[in-house]
Design a protein around this ligand. Structure first.
Ligand SMILES: [Zn+2]
Length: 168
């Protein structure tokens, strides 16, 4: 695996790499993304002439708050994803794949790619939409038991009885 700094680079630089691919071993926290452990895994970018193929396999542990019982819990976040990023100046007819909904992103072919930013976005996308601490989550805290009737309540009920009697 070619060692290279994990930062923005010119896309065309990939064409000088073996298999037009650049890979990084991930072992550090990702800036702006809160996790309890470093993000570990591998990210690779391949230049496919009319597109970039970005592949990610990553794992970390994040601390989440349960939507139901509001307790904090640790969640193992595992991401395995592949994204094709269109390099815009090419004509779509030359594409080697079916350009369906896979190709939402695009970059200018003479532009640059920021693996750190891309990784950050993938991690955010991988966070669960609903946070539930466990299958047997106790759910929301039970409401407080009703307070014992107070003296005031007794007076009110006596008054109510009196009123009922008077109303008859
Ligand atoms: Zn819970």
């Amino acid at each position: 695996m070619v060692r290279s700094r994990f930062r923005t680079f010119p896309i065309q630089q990939l064409l000088q790499q073996p298999q037009q691919t650049q890979s990084w071993e991930l072992a550090d926290p990702v800036e702006g993304f809160e996790s309890l452990t470093p993000v570990q895994g591998e990210l690779s970018v391949r230049h496919g002439y009319s597109f970039l193929e970005v592949m990610l396999q990553a794992e970390t542990i994040v601390n989440l708050t349960c939507d139901r019982c509001l307790c904090c819990y640790n969640h193992r976040l595992q991401v395995e994803t592949r994204e094709l990023i269109w390099l815009r100046d090419e004509t779509p007819e030359l594409a080697e794949w079916e350009p369906e909904d896979e190709l939402e992103e695009s970059l200018p072919p003479d532009g640059s790619f920021d693996p750190q930013q891309w990784l950050y976005e993938q991690l955010c996308l991988a966070l669960p939409l609903r946070n539930v601490c466990a299958e047997d989550c106790p759910g929301p805290a039970q409401p407080e038991p009703k307070p014992e009737p107070t003296l005031l309540d007794e007076r009110w009920s006596a008054l109510a009885k009196l009123r009922d009697r008077l109303g008859e």
